[in-house]
Each structure stands twice: as structure tokens, then as C-alpha cells.
Design a protein around this ligand. Structure first.
Ligand code: PFF
Length: 451
């Protein structure tokens, strides 16, 4: 059966697919507004600590599970566990991926819309009432959500090499180029240095239990760990690949991209606010990219060109991530339900469309439906990052640390002790996964209620 399974064609292609999954709306939309909301540099500092000591070991582990089994998220746990209840983690992961995609595709739809508007040079009218009016209407945002999902699905029907790999390779290069251009534009605006200070000089007072949980959720969300996408992509990676170096590169690149995106956005917001004698509205939350930024583009020399570049970047980043989310479900359908790739993609498209439409409408006609005080969209957003992905990550480390054989795990990480990764590093990673990761995740989750 494994003979027929497609693989990534090259090391570079596999890396770009993983980076494409990690780099997305999380870096360009979620990270900057969380930094803004939670006090800037202090939040970034905590975020970085989580990435290095927690997420990296989990990323490595999820990668190892996928590569060892060469199966979908559910199949992988089923194959590795003696006790069948562990395979429920796989189902949990697939559900988490679908859940993330359900609200992600709505924001993806907004990016399509804003790209269209910026191409029409419509920046001046994109103020906050325009944005609220748009997202709360019942027709347009739904159509854009469906367009976004259709774009995602159309890459997936082409398969691993011709679809995911080829698309990611081209798009990630373009993405890097664009975000660097925009960051340069941002920091060269007069007054931008205040924004750089906000980003890089920590104010520890702004940190509380909630900020810690948000930093944790964001680090999982940004690295795409805990919901089976890394596992799924890893299942298409060759046995010769060095898991540790690839994971390290993915994490480093994703973090760098988030910081550069922060530099592209926050200093520009400061600069333009000072120019107008206003206070920078950095805490605008989810609206930062769609409300605050258009006004910044508007006031900036060559702003409309920058706006077009920005929304192209946002859209590409969103699609390469959505692809990995949908593929997690698609691979599951193909292998567990024995559907063809095309049928799997169509079914995934249909299910995500329904959920996406509900999330989109929850900004308008369905806004009265409240779950734990949140509307459906915010509920899916918070649930995905702060509960499902962190919870999925917790189950995953418990599985690797306490159910899997240590030798098997180390064997996969070191390609049977042939790839030259030093033993001390392998052992350190193992103990981070076995003890440090579960304790930290549980502590932060509980701390959120106490602090
Ligand atoms: N990492 C993506 C981002 O930062 O936008 C979002 C994401 C993709 C989350 C894939 C989860 C996932 F499985």
C-alpha cells in the first residue's frame, strides 16, 4: 500500500511546504495584534522562549511520528499504539485541523476581498465602518470565503508534488521578497523608531496569565503543531531527511517571518499616527491588518502599491497554510475512507464551506449566537489555538514520552544513528518532551484561570 504513496520530490520542496504551512495569517494577522494587545516586546520574549523550549521539541516529535509511520494523523497513532484509545488523538488532531480551517478560510476570504479593493486603488474608503459593514454582511464575505477555499482545494487536487510542493516553492520565495520590501518601507518612515522600540524593548508589567496562554497558543498556532498537519506533511518526507535540522529551520524561519511582519506593520502604524498627531492604535485586535493598516497605507507615500503587495503577501501566506490544514483531512479521507484524492478534496471543501459560512455569518446575522461569551468565529479562533492545538500538543507529548519506546523515537530522530546528531541533543529533546512540555502546557493552562 505504501508503494503507491506519493512523496515530496526534493528536500527543498519539502522544507518549503512545511515553511508554507507555518507562515500564514498567524504571522501577519494574529501575531502583530497579539503583540499589540499584550504589551509588545515582553510578549515577544515569552513567545520566543515557548518556541525554543516547548514548540521545537514538539515539532520534532510530530515530525518523527509522521515520518516513521507514513500515514495520516489517525493512522499514525493507530499503527504505533498498543492501546487503541491513543488513536483517538489522531481523530482529535484531524478535527482540530478542520476547526482551524473553518475560521481561517473566513479571514482568507477577507484577504481576497482586500486584495481586490487595493487593486482598484480603493484604500481611502477602507475604514473601520467599511470593514465592519463588509464582514457582517451575509453575502459578499461568504462568497470570498468560498473563493478562498476553492483556491486551496484546486492546489490539493493536483497532489503532493505537482500541487503542494510546486505551489509552496514558488510562493514562499515571492513571500520573502515581498515582506522584506514592505518592512523596509515601514522602518524608513519618519517616526518609525517608536514602533521598533515598542516591538523590541520589553515592558514586563504587561504580562499576566492570560498573556502567557495567548503566547503559548500563538506559538502552537504559528508553527502549525498539535493538529496533525506537521505529521501529515512529514509522512510524505523521505527517510533520509534530517528531522532535527528541518524542524529547526522551519521554526527559525517562521519566527523570523513573524518578526519581520511585525516590523512591516507596527512601526508603520506608529509613524503614521505621529504624523497625524494621534496615538497609535496598536491594540485594534483582529482589525489591525484590515482597519488600521489601510489608513496607514493611505497616508504613506506610494501607499497603494505597498497595499497591493501587502495583501498579495497576506493571501499567499494564507493559502499555503490552508493547504496544509485541508491536506490533513484529505490524507485522512484517502487512507481511512478509501476515497480518491479528487473526491476527498471535494468532500473537505463541502464540509469546510458549511463551517466557514457559519463562522462568516457569526460576524453578522448570527452574532447573537454566543458560545462561552464569544461569537462563533471568535470561539473557533480561541478554541483552535488555546485549546485544541495546545491540547493536541499535550496528548502528543504524553504519547511520545510515555507510550512510545524511547529507542524507537531516538531511532527515528537520528535515522538509525546515521545522521550525526549528537546523543546529548537527542536525549535532551526526549526529556523536554517527556517532562518539561507536559508540565509547562498544563501549568500555563491552569495559570490562565488563576493569575
Ligand atoms: N501556522 C499557520 C499560521 O501561522 O497562519 C496556521 C496554521 C496552519 C495552524 C496549519 C495550524 C495548522 F495546522
Amino acid at each position: 500500500e505504501n508503494m503507491k504513496r506519493e512523496n515530496f520530490g526534493s528536500r527543498f520542496g519539502a522544507l518549503m511546504a512545511m515553511v508554507g504551512s507555518a507562515v500564514g495569517l498567524g504571522n501577519m494577522w494574529r501575531f502583530p495584534y497579539l503583540v499589540g494587545k499584550n504589551g509588545g516586546a515582553a510578549f515577544i520574549l515569552v513567545y520566543l522562549l515557548f518556541v525554543v523550549f516547548l514548540c521545537l521539541p514538539i515539532l520534532v516529535s510530530e515530525y518523527a511520528l509522521g515520518r516513521r509511520t507514513q500515514k495520516n494523523a489517525f493512522g499514525a497513532f493507530k499503527m504505533l499504539s498498543k492501546n487503541k484509545s491513543w488513536s483517538l488523538i489522531g481523530i482529535f488532531a484531524v478535527l482540530a485541523a478542520v476547526c482551524v480551517l473553518s475560521f481561517y478560510c473566513v479571514v482568507g476570504g477577507w484577504s481576497v476581498k482586500y486584495l481586490v479593493e487595493s487593486c482598484k486603488f480603493n484604500m481611502p474608503i477602507l475604514d473601520s465602518s467599511y470593514f465592519t459593514g463588509f464582514i457582517s454582511s451575509s453575502f459578499a464575505p461568504v462568497i470570498y470565503t468560498l473563493i478562498f477555499l476553492a483556491l486551496t482545494g484546486s492546489v490539493l487536487v493536483l497532489g503532493i508534488q505537482k500541487g503542494i510542493e510546486r505551489f509552496s516553492k514558488v510562493m514562499m520565495l515571492l513571500l520573502c521578497l515581498l515582506i522584506i520590501l514592505i518592512a523596509i518601507r515601514s522602518v524608513t518612515l519618519p517616526g518609525a523608531m517608536e514602533g521598533m522600540k515598542y516591538l523590541f524593548v520589553p515592558n514586563l508589567n504587561a504580562l499576566n496569565g492570560k498573556a502567557l496562554l495567548e503566547a503559548l497558543g500563538q506559538s502552537f498556532f504559528s508553527l502549525s503543531i498539535g493538529c496533525g498537519t506537521v505529521l501529515t506533511y512529514a509522512s510524505y518526507v523521505s527517510k533520509k531527511e534530517n528531522i532535527i535540522t528541518t524542524s529547526f529551520m522551519v521554526a527559525a524561519f517562521d519566527t523570523l517571518f513573524a518578526l519581520v511582519a511585525g516590523i512591516a506593520i507596527i512601526p508603520a502604524v506608529f509613524a503614521i499616527a505621529y504624523m497625524n498627531g494621534a496615538t497609535p492604535e496598536i491594540g485594534a485586535g483582529p482589525g489591525l491588518v484590515f482597519i488600521t493598516l489601510p489608513s496607514v497605507f493611505n497616508a504613506m507615500p506610494m501607499g497603494n502599491i505597498v497595499a497591493i503587495l501587502f495583501f498579495v503577501t497576506l493571501l499567499i501566506a494564507a493559502i499555503t497554510s490552508a493547504i496544509s490544514l485541508m491536506e490533513t483531512f484529505v490524507t485522512y479521507e484517502i487512507e481511512e475512507w478509501k476515497l480518491s484524492r479528487t473526491k476527498s478534496v471535494l468532500l473537505a471543501f463541502a464540509i469546510c464551506s458549511v463551517l466557514g459560512i457559519i463562522c462568516s455569518l457569526s460576524q453578522g446575522v448570527l452574532s447573537n449566537v454566543r458560545l462561552f461569551g464569544y461569537n462563533i468565529f471568535d470561539f473557533f479562533d480561541k478554541l483552535s489555538a488555546n485549546v485544541l492545538m495546545t491540547g493536541g500538543g499535550l496528548l502528543l507529548v504524553l504519547f511520545v514520552g510515555w507510550s512510545m519506546k524511547k529507542e524507537d523515537y531516538i531511532d527515528e530522530l537520528s535515522n538509525g544513528h546515521t545522521n550525526g546528531v549528537p546523543v546529548w541533543l537527542l536525549t535532551t529533546i526526549y526529556y523536554l518532551v517527556k517532562f518539561v512540555a507536559p508540565i509547562t502546557i498544563i501549568a500555563v493552562m491552569l495559570g490562565n484561570f488563576i493569575l
